[in-house]
Design a binder for this molecule. Structure first.
Ligand code: DGL
Length: 258
């Protein structure tokens, strides 16, 4: 039976969703979490939509059937591909998704130039097109796919010379003296924040959707009276389709500052 002491399931294509898990942990430290990363099949973002949908359903349904009380899809790509259908299939089950934080960036003042970094899938799906439609009058919006960041983070190279080199090429068309808003629209990207600042400088304003998603996850549980009682000791279980990524998952969780 699912109770308020049941765990919150958090899924991602790999270790990226740990940037969201850390926010959840900060906000709800007495909850139990099961984090499942599908690193064996990462990156998702370069795959066809149907394939990502089926991989996401597989991870989500195994955790729902294990008795999780909520599902957080800590992956913009999996959310774009599968969240709507998951919600249709489980209408009473609380499901939280991630979307690029375009709103706060576009509304941050003036008419900013907003670079939305995300996976190819996120940028081509209708969820993102709808988001651009909403904010196109507030900002100049540029979509920038960056699959190499996902691969480097999965390879434990988030803060490395290889990352800097990749980012230098990625950002070469942009003027470093201009003030950009950069939306980290993939949950792997916050782990590359230090490298992004090294390459783009300190003037760049960074936005990511993890904090909003964590707040929403808490609200959904509160509304159902399903928050774990105060005073309980929280716990995280890390799982991964590629066991060799569990040590990296724990390290990223420990080191990531929110
Ligand atoms: N972490 C995922 C996201 O937020 C996707 C990374 C991938 O391509 O697997 O979009």
């Amino acid at each position: 039976m699912v109770t308020c002491e049941s765990p919150i399931a958090v899924i991602d294509s790999g270790v990226g969703g740990i940037s969201v898990l850390k926010r959840l942990w900060k906000l709800m430290p007495n909850e139990k979490y099961i984090y499942f990363g599908d690193s064996k099949n990462a990156p998702y973002g370069v795959r066809p939509t149907e394939e990502i949908k089926s991989l996401t359903f597989k991870s989500a349904e195994s955790l729902i059937s294990m008795g999780a009380k909520e599902l957080v899809i800590a992956c913009n790509t999996a959310t774009s591909a599968a969240a709507a259908e998951l919600r249709k299939k489980y209408p009473d089950f609380p499901i939280v998704g991630l979307e690029p934080a375009l709103k706060p960036a576009a509304l941050s003042g003036g008419r900013p130039t907003v670079i939305v970094m995300a996976t190819e899938l996120t940028l081509r799906e209708k969820k993102f097109a709808a988001l651009v439609e909403r904010f196109k009058n507030n900002a100049e919006i540029i979509g920038l796919p960056a699959p190499g960041i996902v691969e480097l983070v999965e390879a434990s190279k988030a803060d490395s010379e290889e990352m800097d080199e990749y980012l230098r090429k990625l950002f070469s068309p942009f003027d470093k003296d201009k003030e950009y808003c950069l939306v980290l629209g993939c949950t792997h990207f916050p782990f590359a924040k230090r490298a992004i600042r090294r390459v783009m400088g300190d003037r760049v304003k960074l936005f990511d959707g993890a904090e909003g998603a964590a707040r929403h996850a808490k609200e959904l549980l509160e509304a159902r009276d399903m928050l774990c009682p105060q005073g309980q000791q929280g716990r995280i279980t890390f799982e991964n389709s590629d066991e060799s990524h569990i040590t990296l998952s724990k390290k990223l969780f420990e080191d990531y500052e929110v």
